[in-house]
Design a protein around this ligand. Structure first.
Ligand SMILES: [Zn+2]
Length: 434
């Protein structure tokens, strides 16, 4: 049993936290009133978030954060990767805004203020098997994870055997002790398509109850159907560099330079021309990364060789890579939202493009045994979102090897990732040799 004080705190959280903390997104009614007591209601609550995501023309996946002991829903959130622009089309707003990753971030942002229970006492329920980014975030935090449908291309359990050979051994072991895939349907009554046996840890809340065929099929079929709707709604996500102008030559008070300097004061001051041909940015970028300090740092270089961002690691799951890709995307999206208020020669779409044409550069090779590295590798994959544009490969780089990390470890870790990362993105992390 939980100490009485903690339960009193949870009673306070529900009415107070559920509505205002959602940033305008309506919680399902169950989150504000009922407590969840079985797998079907838990996955059903995540599915309702996925339906909200589908309605927003973003990837139809959703998640809820549950308190194991009481079944209270602490937070619920849909995927928010795609955002709508004033022209009615959608564009990438934040490639890392998957439901599960956002729930982990929400937890760290509110843990102290709301006196939230430790992650081991909580479960993230998701409508679809987590991608590598979300799996890394969930493992780094230590939540239990209950899953609706499988994802045979991007999911951490894409082999559907619950062995997690997509992860380094120590993290796979942790996932086997934390993740579960609920039993679906009834093998005596339902057609085989709608039936799945339970897979995963026996410690997952509601592992002994099952989800209905409707909930199970809903999670998977909604995702499949929603992908084509996402593509149909999507506008131009950024053209090739030869259609753009170099933002380096914009006035110092231009809106593009100003918005990036809010987070990285030296944005667009360092230029490494010629790096695109060799994919070896010179030591000036390493010096910028060293100036950031901290346990590691990541820079984003645009196709013109401008260092747009250079940020360090922070607490929780805010790795340098996650911070950089979010900051680039969110600011670019917010510029695009306001482009039409400015003359065409100031439109952000003339200067900034999708990050696949640029490069993400680590100061130090990250340790593949660390869940935060898996999260970062996944965030890079989500940022690419598909094949790297032809001729722009080698856009994921590092300067230094240290702390017992080897290129062979990195290559092996990447080679084990689900097919999206190895076959679609064709991800590789390359050493910059001086
Ligand atoms: Zn994800």
């Amino acid at each position: 049993m939980k100490p009485i004080g903690r339960r009193a705190v949870l009673r306070q959280i529900l009415p107070a936290a559920a509505v205002p903390l959602l940033g305008g997104i309506a919680l399902p009614a169950c989150a504000q009133t009922a407590k969840i007591a079985d797998a079907d209601r838990a996955v059903g609550a995540a599915l309702r978030q996925a339906m909200i995501a589908a309605d927003m023309k973003t990837f139809p996946v959703g998640g809820v954060l549950l308190h194991n002991a009481t079944g209270a829903v602490l937070h619920a959130i849909p995927n928010r990767v795609m955002g709508r622009l004033p022209d009615g089309k959608t564009a990438t707003r934040d490639p890392t805004a998957h439901g599960e990753r956002q729930l982990v971030s929400w937890y760290y942002e509110n843990k102290r203020r709301l006196d939230l229970p430790e992650p081991g006492e909580l479960t993230v329920i998701t409508s679809l098997d987590p991608c590598i980014m979300c799996a890394g975030a969930l493992l780094a935090a230590g939540f239990h994870v209950g899953v609706g449908a499988f994802d045979s291309w991007v999911g951490v359990n894409y082999r559907q055997d619950c062995q997690f050979q997509t992860l380094p051994p120590t993290l796979a072991e942790r996932a086997r002790n934390r993740f579960g895939y609920y039993q679906a349907g009834d093998s005596r009554a339902d057609p085989p398509l709608y039936v799945r046996p339970y897979q995963g840890t026996p410690t997952l809340p509601f592992h002994d109850s099952r989800i209905s065929p409707e909930t199970y099929m809903g999670c998977g079929a909604l995702f499949t159907a929603g992908l084509s709707a996402v593509n149909a709604a999507k506008g131009n996500d950024g053209g090739p560099p030869d259609t753009l102008s170099d933002p380096y030559y914009l006035p110092e008070n231009s809106r593009i330079k100003t918005i990036y300097r809010e987070i990285y004061p030296d944005a667009f001051t360092l230029k490494v021309p010629g790096w695109r041909q060799t994919r070896t940015p010179d030591r000036a970028v390493l010096q910028a990364l060293d100036r950031v300090g901290g346990s590691n740092a990541v820079a984003f270089i645009d196709p013109f060789g401008n260092v747009v961002l250079c940020l360090g690691e922070e607490d929780g799951i805010d790795t340098a890579l996650l911070r950089v890709t979010r900051a680039y995307a969110e600011r670019r999206f917010s510029l695009r939202e306001q482009d039409r208020d400015y003359p065409p020669d100031q439109w952000s779409t003339r200067y900034l493009t999708q990050p696949g044409y640029g490069a993400f550069v680590y100061r130090d090779a990250p340790d593949p045994q660390d869940a935060r590295t898996i999260l970062s590798f996944g965030a890079y994959g989500s940022t690419m979102a598909g094949p790297i544009p032809a001729g722009y490969e080698r856009n994921f780089l590092y300067y230094r090897l240290r702390g017992g990390v080897s290129q062979a470890d990195i290559d092996k870790t990447i080679a084990a990732l689900p097919p999206f990362y190895t076959q679609t993105v064709k991800m590789e992390l390359v050493h910059i040799s001086s």
